[in-house]
Design a protein around this ligand. Structure first.
Ligand code: BGC
Length: 749
């Protein structure tokens, strides 16, 4: 009998059943009644440990412990720098350790399918390979400290609207080539303690009940041995979830007394189910409950790391006439609220209580820079630009950005625009001068109607608490920009495939663009974009040359020479893409297969060796129902971005023959509707007197629900979610449900 079998043998039934769910919001129970459990907490870019669990303060920063706010995923993915992300992971983990949290709920690695997704600021990229390797490095660094992670949200959770009732309807090929791929790479590279299973359905089956993604893909194909935990309140049916392979429901739900025992007695939970689950659960508790404790956090050191990550990630997207770097002796006019009240982190479970609050204007003052500042607005956001006269003769820096909390979990953005008052401001400024550099602080792509008329543009996304220092260093040339965009910056929302249907049907999202996500679509259809995927400028100039490709049995090694032909030391990202023009199966024109970042000194060369993993070259073959490396000739592209090709090299790979297979897209006969069960929407239930009366009895009403959090997105959740969060009693909801349904049916008659 091995160690785990012995432990299982000694466990009581109730100890076993207690491992199927957490306790309260953040605890995974021990497998022993008196043992240490595992404590978890958000979030991906800073510790969000709540000081009190009052539901109204769930998203209020002052309710959280002090922490370093590191750059968000949208920013650090642009570093294309695995070592740096690993280093950030270690620093982050130390803060979790200090607060005695064993597992962090991050990184978040869903694909950025649409620019309006409210959580794009947390996610990494539109490209699964980049997402996978960056998430993998984060996990590797983080877990090297003994602390655990939770890779989230698995999978195809690409919108917030109706996130707990919506079905992502997509072809299996699209699911595997795009949406599970990044998770598979991150798991292979980082082996996270847990994977958080998402809210949504996939082709009608809740992710938590989907044995294909849990068992077939992750366990059997990838060999994942960690824990599958549900996103908070994502479980629809705990028994179906258990049978599909989910390990733990989070947080604890107030099922009727003895719910699990009853299910066990009725044979709905079998000994085999428990044994299988405990084989993952026991090692998880053993490994993560026992952790080194830290006695302090070196916040100053961590701020430096946050600055370093931001500096290496922020993207210089335009630099006409060498507008940047600025000369610190020359006077500059700084305009815009966002220069002081910076947008440096996102909403929802990513909200943090930062150690340091960035303020670009304060830095300029501290550094004795010759500048004048004008917020440009009076209190009501009415334009009131006092410095209009002055800007004629000076360089101008304008800070723009969406309103705080516009980008959050729980709801999506309404459009891809910057606030009207900021566009008006830009118009006014550009009437006088175009000697203007802009900084856009947004969590995702925004339209830039003024782009042709400005000289410089920095894109920091939400770059964490070091954003002000990092921008200062980059703007004044104390650091050299090296970030590359991890997503395409399209010109207008309509250019995005799926823009016509995104967020339109709360119950169904059809992934009609299939595998043509992000640059895979924009490049195929030659859409005129502002900036392609992988694009970013530097103060240095580089030349790249693919010297050698060695096709080995384990991997493909590519040697690239990077020459810095400028006077400035800098970093360049080498990007390799692959395509297969004669493929038997539909494919994208080319896709990223390897990347690496190198420092190169002025007028010198550096050899960079990249290795391509065969596994990343596989595509899903629907005729054989598996991932396959297609046999034959491929084109290997050395590029500066998904669009800027430097050279192409033919290579031949040994693989399998694929039967001809043409594009099919999602199955449109799959149409899901509102369920007349605990998945009924709050907005429907609230129409009935029964539910209204119940809400009144617990001191709530529609207004209060709307204002609690997630804007009115909360009304677009199923009623089980309110119960799961402890806002209502689950048992009460179950009991009044038949009456709610009855009343709804009668009113419909
Ligand atoms: C979010 C997760 C988060 C969890 C716990 C959910 O609403 O989707 O990302 O980790 O809450 O706060």
């Amino acid at each position: 009998m091995n160690k785990i079998e012995k432990i299982i043998n000694e466990m009581t039934l109730s100890e076993k059943l207690n491992t199927l769910h957490g306790t309260s919001f953040w605890l995974f129970n021990s497998y022993k009644a008196d043992g240490e459990g595992v404590v978890c907490s958000d979030g991906p870019n800073g510790v969000r440990k709540m000081q009190n669990s009052n539901i109204e303060e769930v998203f209020s920063p002052i309710n959280f412990v002090k922490c370093t706010t590191f750059p968000t995923g949208s920013t650090f993915a642009c570093s294309f720098d695995q070592n740096l992300v690993e280093k950030m992971g270690i620093a982050l983990a130390h803060e979790f350790q200090f607060y005695k949290i064993n597992v962090a709920l991050g990184p978040a690695a869903c694909i950025k399918r649409n620019p309006l997704c409210g959580r794009n600021f947390e996610y990494l990229s539109e490209d699964p390979l980049l997402s996978g390797y960056i998430a993998g490095s984060y996990i590797k660094g983080f877990e090297s400290t003994g602390c655990g992670t939770s890779l989230k949200h698995y999978v195809a959770n690409n919108q917030e609207y109706g996130r707990q009732v919506n079905s992502s309807n997509l072809s299996l090929k699209c699911l595997r080539d795009i949406y599970t791929k990044g998770f598979e790479i991150a798991v292979r590279e980082g082996n996270p303690a847990s994977i958080m299973v998402s809210y949504n359905k996939i082709n009608g089956v809740y992710a938590c009940e989907n044995s294909y993604i849990l068992e077939d893909v992750m366990r059997k194909e990838i060999g994942y041995k960690g824990l599958f935990i549900s996103d908070w309140t994502a479980v629809n049916d705990p028994l179906k979830s258990l049978h599909a392979g989910l390990n733990v429901e989070m947080p604890e739900r107030d099922y009727e007394e003895g719910f699990y025992e009853k299910a066990y007695k009725e044979g709905k939970i079998k000994n085999e189910d428990l044994t299988k689950h405990l084989n993952y659960y026991i090692p998880f508790i053993d490994k993560y409950s026992d952790q080194k404790e830290l006695s302090s956090i070196d916040f100053e050191k961590h701020l430096k790391i946050a600055i370093e990550v931001a500096e290496n990630s922020i993207v210089l997207a335009k630099n006409e006439d060498n507008f940047f770097p600025l000369n610190s002796k020359e006077e500059v006019i700084v305009i815009g609220l966002r220069a002081r009240d910076m947008n440096y982190y996102g909403g929802g479970s990513s909200i943090t209580n930062s150690y340091y609050k960035p303020d670009f204007v304060r830095i300029l003052t501290d550094k004795n820079i010759n500048f004048e500042y004008d917020s440009a607005y009076d209190d009501e956001e009415n334009l009131n630009l006092a410095l209009l006269e002055k800007i004629k003769n000076q360089k101008v820096l304008v800070f723009l950005g969406c309103d705080h909390q516009e980008e959050s979990e729980g709801y999506d953005r309404k459009d891809m625009k910057l606030p009207d008052h900021q566009l008006k401001l830009m118009n006014e400024i550009l009437k006088i001068t175009n000697n203007v550099g802009v900084i856009v602080e947004s969590g995702s792509v925004v339209e830039l109607p003024f782009l042709d008329n400005i000289k410089g543009l920095f894109i920091p996304y939400f770059a964490g608490e070091g954003e002000d220092f990092a921008l200062y260093n980059l703007i004044y040339g104390f650091a050299n920009p090296s970030g590359k965009l991890a997503e395409t910056w399209i010109k207008k929302y309509d250019d995005c495939p799926g823009s016509l249907t995104y967020d339109k049907d709360i119950f169904n999202s059809y992934y009609d663009e299939d595998i043509y996500v992000g640059y895979r679509y924009y490049d195929k259809y030659k859409i005129n974009v502002n900036f392609p995927f992988g694009f970013g400028l530097s103060y240095s100039k580089f030349k790249l040359n693919l010297l050698r490709v060695a096709i080995n049995s384990k991997d493909i090694k590519c040697e690239v020479e990077v020459t810095n032909v400028s006077e400035t030391k800098g970093k360049e990202v080498v990007q390799l893409y692959i395509g297969k023009k004669d493929s038997n199966i539909y494919r994208v024109r080319r896709e990223l297969v390897a990347f690496s970042k190198a420092v190169v000194y002025p007028h010198s060369k550096k050899k960079v060796v990249l290795s391509i993993n065969y596994s990343d070259l596989r595509v899903f073959d629907p005729t054989k129902n598996k991932m396959t490396l297609e046999d034959g000739d491929y084109e290997l592209y050395l590029c500066n971005s998904s669009r800027d090709e430097i050279s192409v090299t033919k290579i031949t790979l040994k693989g399998e023959k694929i039967t001809k297979y043409d594009f099919q897209g999602p199955d449109h006969s799959l149409v899901f509707k509102e369920n007349e069960d605990i998945n009924l929407l709050v907005s429907s239930a609230i129409k009935t007197n029964v539910f209204k009366k119940y809400l009144t009895s617990v001191g709530l009403d529609e207004e209060k629900l709307k204002n609690t959090f997630f804007k009115d997105g909360f009304l677009k959740n199923p009623i089980r979610c309110l119960a799961g969060l402890g806002i209502l009693k689950y048992r009460d909801v179950e009991l009044i449900l038949p009456e709610i349904i009855k009343e709804l049916r009668e009113t419909k008659k």
